[in-house]
Write a protein that binds this ligand. Sequence first.
Ligand code: CP
Length: 316
Amino acid sequence: MRRFLTPEDLGDLRKALDEARYVKANPFADQDLGRNKTLLLIFFNSSLRTRLSSQRAATNMGMNVIVLDINKDGWKLESEYGVVMDGDKPEHIREAVPVMGQYADIIGVRSFADFVDRDKDYKEHILNQFIELSGRPVISLESATRHPLQAFADLITVEEYKTKPRPKVVMTWAPHPRALPQAVPNSFVEWMKKADVELVMTCPKGYELAPEFMEGLTYEPDQDKALAGADFVYAKNWSSYHEYGQILSKDRSWTVDENKMALTNNAKFMHCLPVRRNMIVSDEVIEGPNSIVIPEAANRVVSMQVVLKRMLQSMK
Ligand code: CP
């Protein structure tokens, strides 16, 4: 396994979920695989969960870990080809990435969409340079278009909490004061479409995802109708794809509160975190008995550990 960006990179999802169960029950069973191997985590953007869960997963596997906040602690990187580098960026990504590859066995990269150029973001301009130039297996720690470790952890969590073979899972847009990327909703629908769930997505008009993620997705513009009978409510904000990076609405009637949850089948509430309370979700819902945001975050260790295990096995 040389890269982790989509569910296809993991192969059979049933097998991956079995492996997740095993890893969760036996977190230190594979330390021989990771001994004398180094994971390098590169952050172009902030993180709490991804950073800590990746470090924890790697140490569970017996690996060494190096973390670099590249914008704080590294040279500012130029990523465009053919640029005369007479500005404020003293190093080019085409040297920096192969150098990083000399110091690690596996590289994780977090690099968000910057909303300047949609095509560039959706071509994964930064992540693909790591895949092309590092010479190492590369894990997306959330890229411009996807957050696969989160989506895999979300799937593990749904599997753990479902009370019927095919639960109804509703992903709802909710308001937020800042423009957020589409990576989490893109990955969530990408992974859930492959799972044994009834998936419904609801958002205001104008917030439809990119065509490749909308394909085969049940879309219901009326949030109340979408929530009816839901077994899981997955709330998330994202900015517009079609009016790229724009905030089209801050309508707080979309906030997930107790009235919204009352429409559901006693649904579990999920969010990837961090979450803006009383914008995305009310205090009562996120602290209520059906909120599973903490075990969902805990499963980030499990999703990363399965990915690391696969990569380490393929190096043997
Ligand atoms: N959910 C998630 O990826 O959290 P962080 O941004 O804190 O890593």
